[in-house]
Design a protein around this ligand. Sequence first.
Ligand SMILES: [Zn+2]
Length: 208
Amino acid sequence: MTFLDRPWCARCGTPFSYPAFEDMECPACLARPPAFSKARSAFVYDAASRPLVLGLKHAGRTDALAAYGRWMARAGAEILTGADALIPVPLHPGRLRKRRFNQSLLLARALSKASGVAIAPHALARVRDTSTQGGLSAKSRARNVAGAFRVRERRRSEVEGKRLVIVDDVHTTGATLSACARALKRAGAEDVTAITLARVVKPVDPLK
Ligand SMILES: [Zn+2]
């Protein structure tokens, strides 16, 4: 398992393979700033960690959740300081019926236990089922999830003026996290960040 640590992009948390200043951002964030102000992940999504992530998602393997919560709390320490609530990425109701649990909510509960930050599990709703993101390009993913999330009107007070942390299992292109962040900001969130268990990492070449 490859745990993520500094130096990393101050914004999206992608690791740098070279020394960097604390507030340095990666070329991708500079070219197209994501809708969240910061994202951090516990470890790299690779051959070693994939079984853990898939075990949680498809088999509901919860035995390691306490450790996941601690790892996410460590990776996202600077984000969690001063955060008002954790927002698990919601599943579409149809998908939730089939799977019976939301792995993002399980992770948010574990992170809440480890960090003491409360969860607002009902603030955000998935109004479209966009669960098949696999195999799509970054652009197609962004188009696929655009407008898929909405803040519930009666839960607006849980979002307005708040510093919120989106919680998900894997940060791939950031399209889902950005779509959630946009919905939360439209509803008046003061700041939106993200913490995920795993992160798909593409090497960053400083010369490009
Ligand atoms: Zn970045």
